[in-house]
Design a protein around this ligand. Structure first.
Ligand code: PLP
Length: 438
């Protein structure tokens, strides 16, 4: 068979799977956005270009934008918080919900649970680990707390936590401190930090005989700072030698930057799929290294599951599986674009607006401009006025949605575009913010 015929067949089968023809027999979900064939051709064309050209081809990214139905009047530059789903994912979720409603106990009890095995396999492939190490969660919070609350704590145990870790993760540690009299050993990372050895030193210098646990964040939400994979791996290796458990908060890393969970060498890793994977809201996953599963208690016990099975972490009674089902579609959408192209486009968008703003004397960046230490998220502050007034006006007058950060003396505006964000959108943001900064 000629190779272009194979390619065409592959495309068609992807197209069919992507829109769920088998399950629904309908193409209607594309009627108001972009024809599926055209979307696939757009992505294929982008992938055929050298990556430097592909990330700059605005005509093609405009078509990707049409795969999402997002507000045009209010510009969303807080995709790090939670991302919109492509229309095909949203539609898939709606159809699965309708299907479940036809006979809930059949779909939730028998039919859809079988697909969880397939989903774990796909997520394992995406994340770079084994399917037996993946538990399906609703978000990062659930994954992190499953591990934090699942340890056998005793008074005096030390846990290394960073001031730059996520707010409610820190609150979780503070609660454990009160409940079990463990001791939090805080570390403080400069913003930005662009030196691997310095990061290593900050963490490793805090290890004592009492250290039981190290909490790490791979992409810091406040600033977009990336802790490089190799640095995390060195910390985790050292910790393992000393019998210390390592947990990585990967809320912003999966489907944003190209890496493998196994390369982190951590004991556990939690992420949200509704951020950079653009999966249904309320989806996440927890990785626990195979030889550590038995040592972590599950949040909700089940007599059907053995303590060494990853599925023990998933048991939560009755939940809707429509979100998980539609996650298959989100994975396909993401994988068709590919992580290398997506990461490069996200970083290109960040550099586009940040390099322009960096030229302003009253602007200060808290995010690195080096690829190793930042992806698509960046934080800037002002040196001559309160950032809060700029932030309020950006939302109120210019209708630009973003996040405001205030942490450890750093106040700033965090901007996180997504693959549906165009350069025209960023020009709109730049026009608004530079007018306000005058
Ligand atoms: C670093 C980090 N960890 C955890 C979370 C919590 O994520 P979720 O609300 O999806 O559980 C977030 C949310 O933004 C985050 O940025």
């Amino acid at each position: 068979m000629p190779s272009n015929h194979i390619a065409m067949n592959n495309r068609r089968s992807f197209f069919k799977q992507m829109i769920g023809v088998g399950a629904f027999g309908s193409f209607s979900m594309f009627s108001e956005t972009l024809a599926a064939e055209e979307l696939i051709e757009t992505i294929d064309h982008l992938k055929s270009l050298p990556i430097e050209d592909a990330i700059q081809n605005e005509d093609f990214w405009k078509k990707i934008q049409q795969a999402y139905a997002v507000s045009k009047s209010y510009l969303n530059l807080n995709n790090g918080g939670v991302s919109p789903q492509p229309t095909i994912v949203l539609e898939a979720q709606r159809k699965y919900l309708e299907q479940i409603n036809e006979m809930p106990s059949l779909y939730l009890g028998r039919i859809f649970p079988r697909n969880r095995f397939i989903l774990r396999e796909k997520l394992a492939k995406l994340g770079g680990c084994l399917p037996q190490e993946i538990a399906l969660m609703q978000n990062t919070t659930e994954g992190m707390n499953t591990v934090m609350l699942g340890m056998n704590w005793k008074a005096g145990d030390e846990v290394i936590v960073s001031k730059q870790d996520y707010s409610t993760v820190k609150v979780g540690w503070e609660q454990l401190e009160k409940r079990y009299q463990i001791k939090i050993i805080w570390v403080n990372l400069p913003a930005p930090i662009e030196n691997d050895e310095a990061i290593l030193e900050i963490y490793l210098s805090k290890i004592t005989k009492k250290t039981k646990f190290i909490n790490l964040t791979q992409v810091i939400n406040w600033t977009g700072q990336i802790i490089p994979v190799g640095v995390i791996a060195k910390i985790c290796r050292k910790a393992r030698e000393k019998g210390i458990f390592t947990l990585v908060d990967g809320a912003h890393s999966l489907a944003h930057i190209d890496f493998k969970i196994s390369d982190l060498e951590c004991d556990a890793y939690a992420t949200s799929l509704h951020k950079w994977l653009c999966a249904p809201i309320g989806t996440g996953m927890l990785y626990v290294r195979q030889d550590k599963i038995a040592s972590v208690w599950s949040m909700y016990p089940s007599d059907l599951l053995q303590e060494s099975m990853i599925e023990k972490f998933e048991h939560k009674g009755t939940i809707s599986l429509a979100r998980e089902e539609a996650t298959h579609t989100a994975i396909q959408f993401h994988q068709h674009i590919g992580i290398k192209l997506k990461e490069a486009r996200l970083r290109y968008l960040k550099n586009y607006w940040a390099e322009e703003l960096e030229g302003y004397q009253n602007v200060r960046f808290y995010t690195s401009f080096k690829d190793r230490y930042a992806g698509g998220i960046a934080l800037f502050g002002t040196t001559d006025r309160a950032i809060s007034s700029v932030s309020l006006e950006l939302e109120r007058k210019y209708r630009i949605h973003h996040t405001r950060t205030n942490l450890e003396g750093i106040e700033g505006i965090r901007i996180s575009p997504n693959i549906y964000t165009s350069l025209a959108d960023l020009d709109r943001f730049l026009e608004g913010v530079t007018t306000l900064l005058k």
